[in-house]
Design a protein around this ligand. Structure first.
Ligand SMILES: C[S@@+](CC[C@H](N)C(=O)[O-])C[C@H]1O[C@@H](n2cnc3c(N)ncnc32)[C@H](O)[C@@H]1O
Length: 217
């Protein structure tokens, strides 16, 4: 028994990925193309074990209506789309047509493009266009960090009871303990806000760079 999560060596991470999170050929090509075309930005993609976990979670909640804020070249959206229930729909929000043009190609190649809608623009504005009723089963937040409180404020009231909001990078490489820039400070403050929010039951998991899951009451 251990009282805390294991630090992952590269070898142990490879073992984790090989035991239940192995990316298929489409995911592998997406990772490779992103690294080749956007080397400075490629680290923004979710980790392979997170992608597998997003598919698992989406399926677990039986999601039919899902939202993603921060799509980039499509790794996490592909994972969520693959977990949707029959007839399910994922609405993606991103500010970049350039990044998401890559995503569109991979959605088509994976045969999930018919269940994804993409809205381009600042998500603080575009999220407001969603219906106001509690219709969402699953939401994933992974865009600009200073925007997290705004995305949270728009999404939580739209979640159905029992719906899940997942939020990436909530450990900021460990810097939430001693924030060193505006993004770190924004996430540290956001984490406190989530803890104080009586509408949700949160858990912060040490997966990759930290993944908060909040079940909406
Ligand atoms: C960390 S990346 C997302 C990675 C993605 N989830 C994946 O697995 O590949 C952040 C994304 O947020 C987008 N973004 C940044 N500011 C935004 C804003 N104000 N509104 C919407 N999207 C934004 C960026 O264009 C970028 O694609």
């Amino acid at each position: 028994m251990t009282t805390k999560s294991l630090p992952l060596t590269p070898e142990l991470h490879a073992y984790v990925v090989a035991h239940g999170s192995t990316p298929d050929e489409v995911m592998r090509d997406l990772v490779e193309e992103t690294l080749a075309a956007l080397p400075a930005e490629a680290r923004m993609q979710v980790a392979p074990e997170q992608a597998a976990f997003l598919t698992f979670l989406t399926r677990l909640v039986g999601a039919r209506r899902a939202v993603e804020v921060g799509t980039f070249t499509g790794m996490s959206s592909l994972a969520i789309a693959r977990g949707l229930a029959e007839g399910g729909q994922l609405t993606c929000f991103d500010i970049s047509a350039e990044y998401t043009d890559v995503a569109r190609r991979y959605w088509a190649r994976a045969g999930v493009d018919d269940r994804i809608e993409l809205r381009i623009g600042p998500a603080g504005d575009t999220l407001r266009e969603l219906p106001h009723e509690r219709h969402l089963d699953f939401a994933f937040i992974d865009a600009d960090k200073v925007g997290y409180p705004v995305y949270w404020a728009e999404l939580v009231p739209r979640m159905r009871p029992g719906g899940i909001v997942a939020v990436d990078n909530t450990l900021r490489g460990g810097r939430v303990l001693a924030p060193s820039n505006a993004d770190d400070r924004a996430v540290a403050a956001f984490n406190d806000e989530v803890m104080a929010d009586v509408r949700v039951e949160p858990v912060l998991l040490p997966i990759a760079d930290g993944l908060t899951l909040a079940r909406v009451r």
